[in-house]
Design a protein around this ligand. Sequence first.
Ligand code: M6R
Length: 594
Amino acid sequence: MCGIVGYSGRAAAAPLVFAGLKRLEYRGYDSVGIATLDGNNIQIIKKQGKVSSLENFVDGLSGNTGIGHTRWATHGKPSDINAHPHACGKFAVVHNGIIENYAELKARYFPDISFTSRTDSEIIVRLLDKFYSGNLLQTLKEVSSLLKGSYAVLVICADFNGFAVMKYKSPVIIGGGRGESFAASDAPALAGLCKKISVLEDGDFAIVSAHRIKIYDNNLNPVVRQKIINHATAASLDLNGCAHYMQKEILENPTAVENTVKAFSRVQGKLKEVFTDINRVIITGCGTAYNSGLVAKRYIESFARIPAEAEIAGEFRYKNPVITSGTAVIAISQSGETADTVEAAKLAKSLGAKVIAVTNAPYSALTLISDVVVPVAAGHEICVAATKSYTGQIAALYLTAKLLASFNKKSAVRLMKNAKAEICSVVPLLKSTVAHTDIEALAQVCARADGVYFLGRDIDYAVALEGSLKLKEITYIQSEGYPAGELKHGTLALIDENKTAVVIITDEGLSVKCENAVEQVLSRKGKVAVITNVKECAERLKDEVPVIEIPACPKELSPLLSAAAVQLLAYKTAIILDRNPDQPRNLAKSVTVE
Ligand code: M6R
């Protein structure tokens, strides 16, 4: 959610900052801007629109230090004026996060000044200008002590040949070497530029110039932060011949699952320790991560017979949850940055729960507060719609539930070996699903529908919710995920010839009951398609409705295949409707504000 990039070195800053912003565009794409410092002259160019809107202006910015921003608007609509950087006096800043008390600060310190923009961020640069004493670090500290909310801020000051950083609750990484230094929101921005990156912690400041990076904690003591390898490379961010990242990432589902299984072994021991004496599990996350939590609830209850609940992270925080020392909270997040999930995990921890992070981001706000991190080894996911991270999460959660189930069993080692083998046996089926599922005809139907209902029972209902989220997110078609049996209790009233139902059926035992829902929709003139791996069901229905067959697999692992099918459906439908699946309107990846 908003991407920021900073550079100080020998090269012209603007093209490097621009290239970094392009690689961070998934974090927001409604406006873009760059400021450079040449001597003590600050130059700024900013525009409403995607990063490419600046393409023709980048060469006009001189200087070897620069900061840039690609925005997902929170306060103030997308416009040239509200785009970052914001400037005042000797300063220009870019900001990712929200300053919650900006109105209060404005009323207190600038009662008679009208600000240029409608953003919450402008207060930062106004305060820097007001409190500047000639000591940049001290001024940062003074200003940060006034701010409430979340911020990753890059600052250029006309008096300093470099840039400064302030970080609280929004991510910043820093890297450098050979006379060049960089900062950014996320590793892909520094792909091919820095092999090692330092991850700043909340309350940190940094003063960065071409040859020197100095990091300070909140008391302005110099600190050294953890250095990690930057796995993002130019090659890993390549589209590999695909038209969109979404297409590429759907094709990467099998690798994500396979690598996640391999990575699980690294944490199995630690996870076992954390799970000791656990008698209840709460699973939390947002969006797709919450949807994978719904599958995990079923895994934990059916394998380990331990009560499990799935809670939307933004709700969990405000419902005064019952947590005891026997509660484990599994917080799921692709980015590890989602503010609601991170805050839910913090709350759980403060109430005495064990916190298990299931994430694609091994060094993130979520991992810093967790007792153990279960890796999702899906690799960088660039498309705003989550795909391979979902199947990676399902694999990680399946193994987590199996581990819980193996407690106190003599056959624990064999059980875990079998569980890994079960998932690995589905990988070739997943490969075939992403490569060969013919979803085009159904996508044509969905593209013309007024509304699409995804229906299923039990684990298929969990996937139905994910199918619906994917479709609405990237096609803007009204969609709902519904338990197939619940249809007749109200939603059936909405069915007519312009509505489509996609019914997911992967459980032989529930197949006939789900087929009732098919008939109920058909009887109201609605259109129906079925995604199934139950042979008899396909046989019974194939003359009546389009049937998309996916491979047969162990029942609990069917979400790996049915999810891939609904991902493909959403993708193809978006293409038919000429939507950009990678950058859906109004959205951004990594929602770091509450
Ligand atoms: O990074 P996270 O997994 O915490 O993100 C949670 C949601 O914002 C995310 O899954 C969102 O729903 C996706 N765009 C859905 O495709």
